[in-house]
Unconditional design. Structure first.
Length: 220
């Protein structure tokens, strides 16, 4: 039996926290280990309980979810943050993902979808609500209407690295990419590590955004 995924909820609305608490308490494979109503308290709580996944609101008092996510992913590189918010505008989505969030869901998402997102994030994948994906695609593919810049020599990907990015754009986790490429999961992580180093980005979702901006892949 695998260990339960340890989750904290961060939201300034008590009703939202109560609903998420019910979902998590009734789901197999999850353990709710704490709640916070603002980003500053979330950072303190994460330091104390070391969760695997944080379900993070964006707009909160004291410290918003974007700053809290940035601090958490810098201090705890292995932590996964899934944004869960009412805001689906590009001006909020891109900063949240750039801060290190592994997914972005709007609050009308079904409970099963939220739990699936937490599982997928824990496994190294990412998830976006359809409305969020549409906004993100519009943002990174439209840009200012100019052609994408060329990659510098030190930014160019090998064929295998490009294959990893292409499979990543299909929403695959590291394990799924490894199976599709007939390599080990460690090899996939090694490829992703080299890609993030070449492009100067922090994580897989930023790799995805950069690859889309460069038109190396297409989000669907």
């Amino acid at each position: 039996m695998t260990d339960a995924i340890r989750v904290i909820i961060v939201d300034d609305e008590s009703l939202v926290r109560a609903a998420l608490r019910v979902f998590l308490d009734s789901a197999d494979g999850f353990e709710l280990v704490g709640e916070a109503d603002n980003g500053a308290d979330a950072v303190t709580l994460v330091r104390a309980v070391q969760p695997d996944v944080v379900l993070m609101d964006v707009q909160m008092p004291t410290m918003d979810g974007i700053e809290a996510t940035r601090r958490l992913t810098q201090e705890f590189p292995g932590i996964k943050v899934v944004a869960l918010t009412t805001f689906s505008a590009e001006r909020v989505i891109v900063p949240m993902l750039s801060a290190g969030a592994s997914g972005y869901l709007v609050k009308d998402t079904s409970p099963d979808r939220i739990l699936d997102a937490a599982r997928l994030a824990h496994e190294g994948g990412y998830v976006l609500s359809p409305r969020v994906a549409k906004e993100l695609i519009s943002s990174v593919q439209s840009g200012d209407g100019t052609a994408p810049r060329s990659l510098g020599r030190d930014e160019e990907l090998t064929d295998r690295e490009l294959e990893v990015v292409t499979l990543l754009a299909q929403g695959m986790s590291n394990a799924e990419i490894a199976a599709a490429m007939f390599v080990s999961e460690a090899t996939v992580k090694s490829h992703l590590g080299r890609i993030t180093a070449k492009w100067g980005v922090r994580d897989r979702i930023q790799v995805l955004i950069r690859a889309t901006q460069l038109r190396l892949v297409t989000l669907s």
